[in-house]
Design a binder for this molecule. Structure first.
Ligand code: HXC
Length: 254
């Protein structure tokens, strides 16, 4: 139960000890990173290029707007030639009681998390995976398993995504497309941790109630995603892999 190396800020790690074969993804992989903010993306892409020596293409996308996804997928295919893996991790979240949550706030989170995952998966399937196969990994959460307070918007959206994982796995399996999900618990050094009170919970000792008695780190989630994305999981589809140190089993509101 020792955490692997990580870095607590939005930077690349200075060193990394491989726990899988370094050529698990055919000697690493080129990446496309997408979000609404091209300035932040461009900076992140520069860091990734210098840390990995691989290509990284930053493209502005709003996952609520299918036409921006279509343009991004076309640009990616033109530049990189093929797409093997899609990671759906666009999400919006904040803590808010139902009484204060506006109709628009609930809709906004559903649109980013659920419609965004559907839109992106469908565009990539139609434009590439349908004919070439591929692997999709969605990033979910355990919030809805026990109805965590202040999280009806994100919990509902992620529950829909978990169902979507199974539906797409069934429909797209015959085309050689695997669809799986990782459901992380509290993960240090992330926007979710900052927004959802992770630091406060840690200082208050709340993570001692987690069976593994600590928050997770980003490297641990990367390892879970890499497993599902890669050929190591060649017979795994429609699975939800919970990577939360056992947290949801013992506490609904940590
Ligand atoms: C209540 C809020 C709110 C808040 C926004 N809203 N923030 N309501 N509390 N803190 C309301 C607004 O008032 C508005 O409703 C509606 O939500 C839409 O807000 P906009 O700012 O116009 O929308 P948009 O720019 O699209 O922003 C979306 C967002 C934002 C979700 C609200 O926070 C965002 O884009 N975040 C992106 C990054 C992010 O959240 N990452 C962390 C994911 S963590 P009205 O009615 O006023 O118009 C995560 C971890 C999961 O997912 C769990 C791990 C354990």
């Amino acid at each position: 139960n020792t955490a692997p190396e990580d870095i607590d800020i939005d930077e690349c790690m200075n060193s990394y000890t491989h726990i899988y074969s370094p050529d698990l993804l055919q000697h690493g992989c080129d990446t496309v990173i997408a979000s609404r903010n091209l300035e932040k993306l461009t900076e992140a892409a520069k860091k990734l290029i210098s840390a990995t020596g691989r290509r990284c293409l930053p493209i502005a996308v709003d996952v609520r707007k299918p036409e921006t996804i279509t343009a991004a997928v076309e640009e990616s295919l033109k530049t990189l030639g093929h797409i093997d893996i899609l990671i759906n991790n666009a999400a919006g979240n904040f803590l808010c009681p139902v009484t204060s949550l506006s109709f628009n706030a609930f809709r906004t989170v559903m649109e980013i998390d659920t419609m965004g995952t559907f839109n992106t998966s469908k565009v990539i399937y139609d434009k590439w995976f349908k004919d070439h196969g591929g692997s999709i990994v969605n990033i979910s959460a355990t919030l809805g398993y026990r109805g965590q307070a202040l999280q009806v918007h994100a919990g509902s959206a992620k529950a829909a995504n978990d169902a979507m994982t199974r539906h797409l796995a069934v429909e797209w399996g015959p085309s050689g497309v695997r669809v799986n999900t990782v459901a992380p618990g509290p993960i240090s050094g992330t926007e979710g941790y900052r927004r959802l009170g992770g630091q406060i919970a840690e200082t208050a000792g709340a993570y001692r109630s987690i069976p593994l008695q600590r928050a997770g780190n980003k490297t641990e989630i990367a390892h879970a995603v890499l497993y599902l994305a890669s050929h190591a999981a060649s017979y795994v589809t429609g699975a939800i892999l919970v990577a939360d140190g056992g947290a949801w089993l013992t506490s609904a509101n940590d």
